[in-house]
Design a protein around this ligand. Structure first.
Ligand code: MSP
Length: 655
């Protein structure tokens, strides 16, 4: 059967500043999708690059006393260095300063001109150099750029115009009939409303600066930097010569995906498709607009001075951890407030405690109970586990296919969680004591299968870890492919080799050091002060935190204790409530009514260590007096109880 193709691109980044973790997010997302599709048997082409022309770059280079190309040569090296450290495995890195790109942009421009969709006129309006965008007076926000808030220049010059207005209805129809073209859904509605207000012809050339691609027939005009930049997606495939890459990955391909941040979705879903329509080229399948990473001051950006350097984080936590954090935490299309604490928590909880520990506990038990040989078992499996593993694989694939990487990763951790729970429930040490070696073999085989399947599914994201897991389990790499992504594939024994922990737990004291770093430079510190004022306006999340800050004294009013659930039962007539007996001290047992019945079965809770709000006023629920409350975290689709990381006695104080 002929292989399917998948073409994925990132935006090409401006070398006007160093890349930060916002840019790293898009590129990592593209890399993980490319690896996932390869794993699923696709032929994949993954493109990234640099957007080197325009007034902004010309200005930055001049400030440094350099020629633009000298300046961009230097910055592009740093881009490539970062991508190599992040293990970004692109197929091509395009620079808009390359000859192949000049030739393509000029030919595309000429083609549209010859068709009559580009004409000469005079532009009069405003230009934001930072965003490289034209605005009318009506579009400005209090005289400033509506996108970045900076001052705009008044421009009056001869210009070529692109007849965007002619294509508004055709584009609208395309978007209506191709529901997957703009994702997520909210961005689609936004763009449709924008088009419905009417499209104006776009100025596509400038005469007042030089750093760009000249129009072949009128060399005093430099082609508008966005026309130039967007064309990169077909330059790299050799559209100009109708080359084999273009044939395979564009012309005859049903999966052409542009990943972009939400600020540039308009360029990709309005200007770019209209350029393609005018040039009789088919449109991409999907433009996916992710949200922004925010930090103090709103959108993380060099000009605000609130950026986080990915190289520092890679050095400190490793590329796999950073890749996992970015993709797991970033919620599809919405913004996300970055903090290093969140990064450390995510690594500690998912990678160190859940995944890493599962591997090391399993290997230790195989060493101890089976002299290091993985027991091979063919039946006697827990049917619910086998069913769960199938569900997880299918939900993982469904999410990954829809570019919902965070949800895909969450699915995998349902399986990992089941593994850890299985250890607690089946108590292998007791099975061993009882001499129940048959059941013990089943349990350990099942654990190995959980780890193996999770490792396969994690491999597009954790690109260095897979090999380490294989080495520790001693299992051949052929068992770590998509073809073997089903429960029970291990059919012969392997010898385990216990190694170093995959993800050592990170101590909080290390975090503080890393967080101080960006603040050390004076300029950044000053900016961050300035941004504190701005932040409440720019960033809703931040505002919410700001308005709700409590003092340490307020927090100290709450008393929390470790409890152990002794008994649990459903409260009659209440779908959501469970009545629990919780031991919260050497001889203190309390009744707690908890609204968790949709997420936990009563029997799952027995012996679970929980965190109880100890000094909460008693309250009556369905006639039962509840003395305390359990702490839990609620995600998009699930609720999990907070527990303790180790074997603390009941009544231990949480602070
Ligand atoms: N050069 C143009 C893109 C041309 S594509 C044909 C450009 N470059 S950029 O370097 O300014 O931004 C590139 C991408 O980085 C955009 O998708 C933008 O959304 C993304 N990000 C910049 N800051 C970001 C965050 N703070 N968070 C997430 N993504 C962010 O625009």
């Amino acid at each position: 059967m002929e292989k399917k193709s998948f073409y994925v691109t990132t935006p090409i980044y401006y070398p006007s500043a160093q890349l930060h973790i916002g840019h790293t997010l898009t590129t990592t997302m593209a890399d993980a999708l490319a690896r996932y599709k390869k794993m699923m048997g696709y032929d994949v082409y993954f493109l990234t690059g640099s957007d080197e022309h325009g007034q902004k770059i010309e200005k930055v280079a001049a400030e440094k006393g350099m020629k633009p190309i000298e300046y961009t040569d230097g910055v592009v090296k740093t881009f490539k260095n970062l991508w190599s450290k992040m293990h970004i495995d692109y197929d091509d890195f395009i620079r808009t300063t390359e000859k192949r790109h000049y030739d393509t942009v000029q030919a595309l421009f000429q083609k549209i001109y010859d068709k009559g969709d580009i004409y000469k006129g005079e532009y009069e309006g405003y230009y934001c150099t930072s965003c490289e965008t034209f605005f009318t007076q009506f579009q400005l926000a209090e005289g400033h750029c509506p996108d970045c808030g900076k001052a705009v220049d008044i421009v009056k010059e001869e210009s070529y115009f692109f007849k965007m207005s002619k294509y508004g209805d055709q584009l609208l129809e395309y978007i209506e009939t191709h529901p997957h073209f703009i994702q997520p859904e909210s961005r689609r509605n936004e763009m449709m409303n924008f088009i419905k207000t009417g499209l104006e012809d776009l100025s596509v050339s400038r005469t007042t600066f030089d750093w760009g691609i000249p129009i072949t027939m009128d060399r005093g005009h430099i082609i508008y930097v966005w026309f130039d930049a967007l064309t990169n997606y077909i330059t790299a495939l050799d559209w100009l010569d109708d080359g084999p890459l273009y044939q395979q990955f564009w012309k005859n391909n049903d999966e052409i995906v542009h990943l972009v941040g939400k600020d540039i979705i308009r360029f990709h879903t309005i200007i770019w498709p209209i350029i393609l329509m005018a040039a009789d080229i088919k449109l991409p399948t999907t433009v996916f607009g992710h949200g922004w990473l925010l930090s103090g001051g709103g959108k993380m950006s060099k000009s605000v001075g609130n950026v986080v350097d990915p190289l520092l984080l890679i050095e400190k936590y490793g590329a796999d951890s950073l890749r996992y954090f970015l993709l797991r935490e970033m919620p599809g299309g919405s913004d996300y407030y970055y903090s290093e604490d969140a990064l450390v928590n995510r690594i500690n909880i998912d990678l160190a405690n859940d995944y890493g520990n599962l591997l090391s506990r399993t290997i230790s038990m195989i060493d101890k109970y089976f002299a290091g040989e993985i027991p091979v078992v063919k039946d006697g499996f827990d049917t619910d586990l086998v069913a769960l593993s199938q569900e997880v694989v299918s939900s993982y694939q469904q999410h990954m296919d829809k570019f919902e990487l965070s949800l895909g990763l969450q699915s995998i951790f349902k399986l990992v969680g089941r593994g850890n729970k299985m250890i607690e429930e089946s108590a292998p040490w007791t099975l061993y004591k009882e001499g129940n070696m048959d059941r013990l073999a089943v349990v350990l085989y099942q654990l190995v299968e959980i780890i193996r399947m999770s490792t396969i599914m994690l491999s597009p994201v954790l690109v260095e870890t897979g090999a380490k897991v294989m080495a520790q389990l001693g299992i051949d790499s052929e068992y770590f492919t998509n073809e073997k992504l089903s429960f029970g594939a291990i059919d012969k024994s392997f010898k385990v080799n216990k190694g170093a922990p995959l993800f050592p737990r990170i101590e909080i004291k290390d975090v503080e050091v890393a967080m101080e770093k960006p603040e050390k430079e004076d300029k950044k510190a000053k900016n961050s002060e300035k941004n504190k004022e701005k932040s409440s306006k720019d960033n809703i999340d931040n505002k919410e935190v700001g308005d709700n800050l409590i003092s340490i004294d307020d927090f100290a009013k709450c008393q929390f204790k470790v409890g152990r659930v002794l008994e649990a039962e459903k409260v009659e007539g209440a779908d959501k409530l469970l009545k629990l007996s919780v031991k919260v001290g050497a001889d203190e047992v309390r009744t707690v009514v908890a609204g968790i019945a949709l997420y936990y079965k009563a029997e799952e809770l027995i012996d679970k260590k929980v965190i109880v709000v100890y000094n909460l006023k008693p309250a009556k629920l369905r006639g039962i007096e509840s003395h305390g409350m359990l702490l839990a975290a609620k995600g998009e689709n699930d609720l999990r109880l907070l527990t303790v990381d180790g074997d603390l006695e009941e009544g231990a104080v949480v602070s």
